[in-house]
Design a binder for this molecule. Structure first.
Ligand SMILES: Nc1ncnc2c1ncn2[C@@H]1O[C@H](COP(=O)(O)O)[C@@H](O)[C@H]1OP(=O)(O)O
Ligand SMILES: [Mg+2]
Ligand SMILES: [Mg+2]
Ligand SMILES: [Mg+2]
Length: 401
């Protein structure tokens, strides 16, 4: 973490009920700095000097890590073999690319930032790879990880051996929580989309004191141009987006092959009839009939845009659509790696992410998110109407049971 100091005039220091400091503009009482970023404040004449945290070094490492992991995934997606896909104990699919991506991200972050206090909360673990029947899969993963690291030039000087790769994967067993810094990784979000040749994302976030402070989303198959003008027949279309956000600094998008970043914003639409909405491609992941009821109550005219993974958060952050609805089937518990990076990418682009009751998501509770019913995402203007439509739809559904 680095410190940046800057000065502001016309500001008021407040402390909240937890004694956390915040800096508000005297003019309009809007926050000048988020709570988590205010460290020390010094008054001289009429000017306040503020020391704030900067995560620039972590952001650069995270962008490298996610881009390199995306390279590994793209390579696998092109020549996916039946032997590369396994089933986990919950019946969900996992591939050599999920494991390989997790190992690459862990290795790159530790090489860039040191391993002394490294903590990673990630989806995969090496349990199945350590079994006799996992040996061939593990051999493929080691090969892929070494090829990918070597392809970059910076990280591939010495090849990694079996125990190094297993340890890199298992570094993701951290429980996270409300104190300290923890990386949060979904090495392939949307594995089913990945297997179909559709959308998926490498989603990497950083928690500091329970708050998401960095979010990086690599979306190798997402068109660089808006999905609103997307032509699926156009095979010349450029794809491969890297979205990134640092708390307090906005959201940017660049191409995965390294174009200049552009700042992105959610749509400023205020008429729900003109909104389009995203939801899971997989009906097993989100209740399509409930989102269609919500959309009907809002007056949305466009059909749902169904795509896999946190690519939905990326697309929403640049205004491709206005709403994202996610209502998993009963009993499913959301994990923090499925939303941490996407949440910040949308929030820093001006959007709002909440549970179905309008509560903010709490990433400080460990590996799971405890939330009410589902997750809804939109801009500030549409949120009140969306919350009402969600509430009415949930009530209607409950009374029809
Ligand atoms: N039964 C389920 N219900 C909801 N989400 C699920 C379920 N099984 C897996 N997921 C996760 O949902 C996310 C993708 O949702 P979607 O693509 O529909 O937006 C992924 O994180 C996926 O895991 P994974 O990371 O293993 O792909
Ligand atoms: Mg999975
Ligand atoms: Mg996931
Ligand atoms: Mg995953």
């Amino acid at each position: 973490m680095e410190m940046a100091t800057f000065s502001v005039s016309s500001a008021t220091i407040i402390k909240d009920s937890l004694s956390r400091t915040s800096l508000l503009s005297t003019k309009n009482r809007k926050p000048l700095l988020p709570l988590s970023l205010c460290l020390t404040l010094k008054a001289s004449n009429s000017t306040l000097t503020v020391a704030s945290m900067s995560y620039d070094k972590q952001l650069a490492a995270a962008k490298n890590a996610a881009s390199l992991a995306a390279r590994l995934c793209q390579k696998v997606q092109k020549v996916l073999l039946q032997a590369d896909v396994q089933s986990k104990s919950d019946k969900s699919p996992v591939t050599v690319a999920d494991y390989g991506s997790q190992a690459v991200v862990s290795v790159v972050l530790q090489k860039e930032l040191g391993s002394a206090s490294f903590s990673l909360v990630a989806e995969e673990d090496s349990g199945d790879l350590r079994k006799k029947e996992g040996k061939e899969t593990l051999r493929r993963i080691i090969e892929l990880v070494n090829e990918t690291l070597a392809s970059d030039g910076t990280y591939g000087n010495a090849p990694l051996f079996e125990e190094d790769v297993l340890a890199a994967i298992d570094s993701g067993r951290s429980e996270g929580g409300p104190s300290g810094q923890h990386w949060v990784l979904d090495p392939i979000d949307g594995t089913k989309g990945f297997l179909r040749g559709d959308q998926y994302a490498i989603a990497l976030g950083l928690l500091d004191e329970g708050k998401v402070v960095l979010g990086v989303l690599a979306c190798p198959n997402l068109p660089l141009a808006s999905l609103a003008s997307h032509n699926p027949q156009d095979d010349q279309e450029k794809v491969g987006c890297l979205f990134y956000a640092q708390v307090g600094s906005g959201t940017y998008m660049q191409s995965l092959d390294g174009s200049a970043p552009i700042k992105v914003h959610v749509t400023d639409l205020d008429n729900p009839e003109e909104a389009s909405f995203f939801e899971s491609f997989e009906a097993a992941h989100s209740l399509h009939d409930l989102s269609s009821l919500i959309a009907k109550k809002l007056g949305v005219r466009a059909p749902p845009v169904r795509i896999d993974s946190q690519a939905k958060y990326g697309a929403l952050s640049r205004g491709d659509g206005a709403i994202y609805l996610r209502f998993p089937h009963k009993g499913y518990r959301e994990k923090i790696w499925d939303h941490a990076a996407g949440y910040l990418v949308v929030a820093e682009a001006g959007g709002v992410v909440s549970d179905a009751a309008g509560n903010p998501l709490d990433f400080s509770k460990g590996r799971y998110l405890d939330l009410h019913e589902g997750i809804i995402v939109t801009n500030q203007k549409l949120m009140p109407a969306l919350l009402k439509a969600v509430k009415d739809s949930l009530n209607e559904k409950a009374s029809s049971l």
